[in-house]
Design a binder for this molecule. Structure first.
Ligand SMILES: [Zn+2]
Length: 324
C-alpha cells in the first residue's frame, strides 16, 4: 500500500480549510445502536482488587426531571451543547460493579430485573454470566438504595432470590424508611408504586440482610459511606487496595457531566434536594482531593473516571480503557 504523504503546503492548505469543514458538519447528538448484542462488561484493577463493571442495560428518562430547580431552558441548552439530549429525553446507563478483593466478591445493586423497562434493562445476570460469574459466586450484595433500577431485581420470575448465598447489605435508615408499616398510605399516588416495589424486593431477602450504618465494613478494604439525599438513606461505597481508591457514587451524582458542572442542580427523583447537593459535593471533593477514581451508576458505560475541582464546580474525566 502506498502512503500518501502530504507536503507542507498541503498541510497548510488543509489547516485553512478545516474551520469551514467544521462549520459544515452537522451536530450529531447520539450515535445509533448496534445490530445485535454489545459486550457488556469492562475490567480494570485497583491495587490487588479485580474490578468488573457489568451493565444491566439502559433506559431513557424525560428531560423535565433532570434538574427541577434550574431554568428549564438553561438545562436544555446545557444538555444540547454537551450532546446529552435525545429528543426530549436523556439516556441512563446502569453500571454495576463486582469487586473481587481477598475472599470477597461484592456486587453493588441488583438492577431492575425485567420489571420496569423490559426491553432495555434486566440484563445483569446474563451479562454477569458472560463475564464469568455464577450467581453462587457472589459473597455480598450491597444495595445503595431501594429505587426500582437498583433493587427490583432481587428475585427472579419465580420469586427466588437471585444471589442465594450472598449477604445482602443496605443502609439501616434506607431499609426502615421503605419498610415502615403503612408508608404506602402516607405517600402520593405516583410514589406508591415505588413503595410497593421496594417492599416486594426487600421482603424476600430479609433473612440474608444486614443493616449498615455509615462506615460499615463490607469486607476488608470495602466500606460504606452514608450519602443521603437522592433517597433518605442512600449509601455509597469506598474501595481501597494498595493505596489505590475508588468511590462508588451510586446515584449521589446521576449525570456524569451536568451534575459535575452544576452540582447544585437536583432531579425530580432526588428526595431531599439540600442533602443531595451536600452529599454530592462531599464525595466529589473527596475524589478530587485524594485523586480517587469514581464510578457513576448512570454515567456513560463503563462510568469510571476521575474528578477535577474547578472553583465551586467539578469536571468528570472518563478513564482511558486498557486492554492488556
Ligand atoms: Zn438509579
Amino acid at each position: 500500500m502506498t502512503l500518501i504523504r502530504p507536503s507542507r503546503r498541503d498541510i497548510l492548505k488543509m489547516a485553512t480549510a478545516a474551520p469551514m469543514l467544521g462549520m459544515a458538519a452537522p451536530a450529531i447528538a447520539n450515535i445509533g445502536g448496534p445490530d445485535g448484542n454489545q459486550p457488556s462488561h469492562f475490567r480494570f484493577t485497583l491495587g490487588e482488587a479485580r474490578m468488573t463493571v457489568v451493565s444491566d442495560g439502559y433506559f431513557t428518562a424525560p428531560l423535565s426531571g433532570v434538574a427541577v430547580n434550574a431554568d428549564p431552558e438553561e438545562v436544555r441548552a446545557y444538555l444540547e451543547a454537551h450532546f446529552q439530549l435525545s429528543e426530549n429525553s436523556v439516556l441512563n446507563h446502569t453500571n454495576h460493579i463486582v469487586i473481587e478483593l481477598g475472599d470477597a466478591k461484592v456486587l453493588v445493586d441488583v438492577g431492575s430485573g425485567k420489571r420496569i423497562y423490559e426491553d432495555t434493562t434486566g440484563n445483569l445476570l446474563e451479562n454477569m454470566e458472560a463475564a464469568g460469574f455464577a450467581q453462587e459466586d457472589i459473597t455480598h450484595v450491597v444495595l445503595t438504595h431501594a429505587h426500582p433500577d437498583h433493587v427490583w431485581g432481587t428475585r427472579d420470575d419465580f420469586d427466588d432470590v437471585v444471589f442465594p448465598d450472598a449477604e445482602y447489605i443496605i443502609g439501616a435508615f434506607e431499609h426502615n424508611y421503605w419498610m415502615k408499616p403503612g408508608l404506602v398510605d402516607e405517600v402520593s399516588e405516583g410514589f406508591q408504586q415505588l413503595v410497593v416495589g421496594a417492599v416486594n424486593s426487600l421482603t424476600p431477602i430479609q433473612e440474608q440482610l444486614t443493616m449498615a450504618e455509615d462506615g460499615h465494613e463490607v469486607a476488608p478494604g470495602i466500606t460504606m459511606i452514608a450519602s443521603p439525599g437522592h433517597t433518605l438513606g442512600h449509601m455509597s461505597l469506598h474501595i481501597e487496595s494498595k493505596g489505590e481508591q475508588l468511590l462508588v457514587l451510586a446515584d449521589s451524582s446521576r449525570r456524569a457531566f451536568l451534575n459535575f458542572e452544576h452540582p447544585e442542580w437536583v432531579g425530580s427523583v432526588d428526595m431531599d434536594a439540600d442533602a443531595t447537593v451536600r452529599s454530592r459535593k462531599r464525595l466529589l471533593d473527596m475524589a478530587a482531593t485524594d485523586k480517587m477514581a469514581v464510578l457513576g451508576y448512570h454515567f456513560p458505560f463503563p462510568g469510571v473516571g476521575n474528578v477535577v475541582k474547578e472553583g465551586g464546580a467539578y469536571r468528570f474525566i472518563p478513564s482511558l480503557w486498557r486492554w492488556e
